[in-house]
Design a protein around this ligand. Structure first.
Ligand code: KG4
Ligand code: ZN
Length: 386
């Protein structure tokens, strides 16, 4: 099989991204234009603004990815694009441009599920390191701003299939990081800030009762098993809205409102706050709360994932998505899964958060299988991975 160069476009949320990947195993170029500055004043992604920013960025970002790969539009073998899940208006910008390129260049078009992309970010980088042997069953935790999913991943020739064995019943883990950061006046996005601040606080200072992060599942009570059942298969669901409420109550009980507001105003005046700025406006109580919150999140994600791994006797663990960039999550996962003799793989940090290289990697098996999209396909905000 000759080399195949796939140009991929990703625009599902607040990053406009394009990348060129060779044969699903070598990252040639990877460009990500972040919209953080646009959304920061609003404390979260504003869908209308996201679409507008994608429209502005898409052409130069794709051009830059081709330039970085020393490729022309004509010398790529296929165009891949994220179909969903994500913001419909944002997805449509990438899809429309990918369709136009594929049509004009007479290249095959490949539609990719964003969540499958996160899983293939791990595969791409392992292949790039020369690691071509993968032990199945594989369990993948996809943990990001919009999703907290556990998938059993299987491969038959060029085709991958996924079985969802757990998902969040309310907030996604990344969403909880973002909401807690906003609640504490730390700005947006919350994950990277909490990650860095947590090392300055005491993770044992505040304890969150198990009930606040464990969804009370009636089917589970008295069943004597580690997980609820659905169609006879165990499930490992997550729930993160309770911990957010617990933090809100803590803030109120400890009269933290006015100091939080002062911090919010002070940080909003700094264009790109550095860790020193956050620390200068971060009191001991806030730092301890942040560290304790992160510890509770990390423990719950790892606990459920490892329980699922044992239940399904998996041989390999993947942890991917924006929250997989979290330092404490990575080190604790490595430590805990090593105790079970289970290898765990993460993407590098730049490929943990949204990017198009992962979309190109997930498109490659579809390219081999001639699994191309028709020109009339559209964005699917709630696209399911199976
Ligand atoms: O995968 P991603 O870039 O976009 C989605 O598909 O959602 O994930 C973004 C999410 C945000 O919620 C962000 O706060 C979180 O990932 N995140 C982190 C870290 N870096 C990004 N959460 C915890 N620690 C981090 N270092
Ligand atoms: Zn994502």
């Amino acid at each position: 099989m000759p080399d195949a160069y796939i140009l991929a476009i990703e625009s599902s949320c607040d990053e406009t991204a394009a990348a060129v990947v060779r044969s699903g195993e070598q990252l040639i170029s990877n460009v990500v234009a972040s919209q953080i500055a646009t959304h920061q004043p609003y404390g979260g992604v504003v869908p209308e603004l996201a679409s507008r920013e994608h429209l502005r960025a898409i052409v130069p970002v794709v051009r830059q990815a081709l330039h970085g790969a020393q490729r022309t539009y004509e010398s790529v073998d296929a165009i891949a694009v994220t179909r969903g899940p994500g913001l419909a208006g944002s997805l449509l910008v990438g899809i429309s441009y990918a369709k136009a390129l594929a049509f004009a260049l007479e290249k095959p078009l490949i539609a990719v599920n964003h969540l499958e992309g996160h899983i293939h970010a791990v595969l791409l980088e392992e292949r790039q390191k020369g690691n071509h042997v993968l032990q199945f069953p594989v369990l993948a935790l996809v943990v990001s701003g919009g999703h907290t999913h556990l998938y059993l991943a299987a491969q038959k020739k060029d085709s991958w299939t996924y079985e969802n064995i757990g998902h969040t019943r309310d907030d996604a883990a990344g969403e909880a990081f973002d909401k807690v950061a906003k609640l504490l006046g730390l700005g947006y996005p919350g994950g990277p800030v909490i990650d860095r601040l947590a090392t300055h606080g005491d993770p044992r200072a505040v304890t969150f009762p198990a009930a606040q992060i464990k969804h009370p599942d009636r089917r589970q009570r008295g069943a004597g098993r580690s997980a609820a059942l659905q169609d006879g298969r165990p499930r490992f669901d997550f729930s993160y809205s309770g911990i957010k409420t617990a933090i809100l109550r803590y803030v109120e009980a400890h009269d933290m409102r006015s100091s939080i507001e002062e911090r919010r105003v002070a940080l909003s005046k700094i264009a790109k706050p550095k860790i020193e700025d956050y620390l200068a406006h971060g009191d001991r109580r806030t730092l301890d709360l942040v560290a304790s919150f992160q510890r509770a999140m990390v423990e719950d994600l790892i606990d459920k994932t490892l329980k699922a791994a044992r239940e399904f006797e998996v041989a390999t663990l993947f942890v991917t998505g924006g929250v997989a960039a979290n330092q404490e999550l990575r080190t604790t996962f490595e430590h805990e899964s090593a105790k079970q003799g289970l290898p765990v793989f993460f993407p590098s940090r730049p490929l943990s958060t949204d990017n198009a290289a992962m979309i190109a990697a997930a498109a490659y098996p579809k390219f081999l299988a001639n699994d191309f999209a028709q020109m009339d396909f559209s964005a699917e905000a709630g696209l399911v991975l199976r």
